[in-house]
Design a protein around this ligand. Structure first.
Ligand code: COA
Length: 247
C-alpha cells in the first residue's frame, strides 16, 4: 500500500509504520489526511501480519499541529467544513483497531495531533514535545474524541484546564500527568518506539489483542462487568489454544 498524499505507510517484521507526512505545514490534519488515514486504518485492521503499529510525524518541528486552519477557514462555513472533515468516522475506526498502537511524538502536538496520539495505546514523547488543545480559542470543540479521551488519560480537572484555559504541557508535564508513558531524547524516539514494538510483536498476537480489548473495553464497564469480560476473553484464549493443541 503506497501512494498516499499525506501519509507514508510501511511494514516490516510485523510492525506497521504510519508517518503523518505534511512537514511543510507541521503535519496538520486536512480532509485528504482523513481519507488517507481511513484507508490505512482499515487495511491495518484487516491485516493479520500487522501485530503493532507506530505512528509518527515527518520533519523536525511537529508530530501534528492540529487541524488545517487554511482549509477549515476557506470552507463555505465552519459547520460545513466540520461536517466534511468528520463525516467519515475515522476516530471510531481508530479506536476499534485490535492491534496495539504506539505514538512516537515530537515537537508540536496540538489539537487533532494530541487527539491522534490519544487514540494510540502507548505514547512516547521526545524531550522537545509540546502539547495543547487550542480549539476553545478558535471557537470550536475538539471533535476527534479529545473531550472523551483526554480526561480518561489525565483526569477531569487537568483535561478541563487544557481545554478551557489552553494550558500547554511540556514533555515533563505530559509525563507527570500520565499523558505519555515516557520521555526520551529526540534522537532516541524512533529507536525506543521500535524496541517497544518488537517486544509486543514477539508475543502471541491473540494474547496481545485480548489484553488490549480487556483493558480498553473494561474502562467503560463496571468492575463486575469488567471481570466478566476478562473471564470470557481468558476462556476464549484457552479454548482457542486447546483446540489448536488438539489438531
Ligand atoms: N493549519 C494550516 N497551516 C498551518 C497550521 C495549521 N493549523 N499550523 C501551522 N501551519 C503552517 C504555517 O502556515 C506555516 O506555513 P508557511 O511556511 O507556508 O507560512 C508552516 O505551517 C509553519 O508554521 P509556522 O507558524 O511558521 O511555525 P512556527 O514554528 O513559527 O509556529 C505554531 C508553530 C504551531 C506555534 C504555529 O504554527 C501555530 O500556532 N499554528 C496553529 C496551531 C493551531 O491553532 N492548530 C489548530 C488546532 S485545532
Amino acid at each position: 500500500m503506497d501512494g498516499f498524499e499525506t501519509l507514508i505507510y510501511e511494514k516490516s517484521d510485523h510492525i506497521a509504520y504510519v508517518t503523518l507526512n505534511r512537514p511543510q505545514a507541521l503535519n496538520v490534519y486536512n480532509i485528504q489526511m482523513r481519507d488517507d488515514l481511513y484507508q490505512v486504518l482499515g487495511a491495518i485492521k484487516d491485516d493479520s501480519e500487522v501485530r503493532v503499529v507506530i505512528f509518527r510525524g515527518a520533519g523536525e518541528k511537529a508530530f501534528c499541529a492540529g487541524a488545517d486552519l487554511s482549509e477549515f477557514l476557506s470552507a463555505p462555513s465552519p459547520i460545513v467544513a466540520r461536517q466534511a472533515r468528520f463525516g467519515r468516522d475515522v476516530w471510531g475506526l481508530f479506536l476499534s483497531i485490535p492491534q496495539p498502537l504506539i505514538a512516537a511524538v515530537h515537537g508540536y502536538v496540538l489539537g487533532s495531533g494530541i487527539e491522534i496520539m490519544l487514540c494510540c495505546d502507548i505514547r512516547i514523547a521526545s524531550e522537545d514535545a509540546k502539547f495543547g488543545l487550542p480549539e476553545g480559542g478558535l471557537g470550536i470543540l475538539p471533535a476527534a474524541g479529545g473531550t472523551q479521551t483526554l480526561p480518561r488519560a489525565i483526569g477531569m480537572a487537568r483535561a478541563l484546564e487544557m481545554l478551557l484555559a489552553n494550558r500547554r504541557l511540556s514533555s515533563e508535564d505530559a509525563y507527570s500527568t500520565g499523558l505519555v508513558n515516557q520521555v526520551v531524547p529526540k534522537n532516541k524516539l524512533l529507536e525506543t518506539a521500535e524496541e517497544m514494538a518488537k517486544k509486543i510483536a514477539s508475543l502471541d498476537p491473540m494474547v496481545v489483542r485480548n489484553a488490549k480489548q480487556a483493558v480498553l473495553r473494561g474502562l467503560d464497564l463496571s468492575l463486575s462487568e469488567g471481570l466478566e469480560l476478562e473471564r470470557r476473553l481468558a476462556m476464549g484464549l484457552r479454548g482457542c489454544k486447546t483446540e489448536l493443541g488438539e489438531r
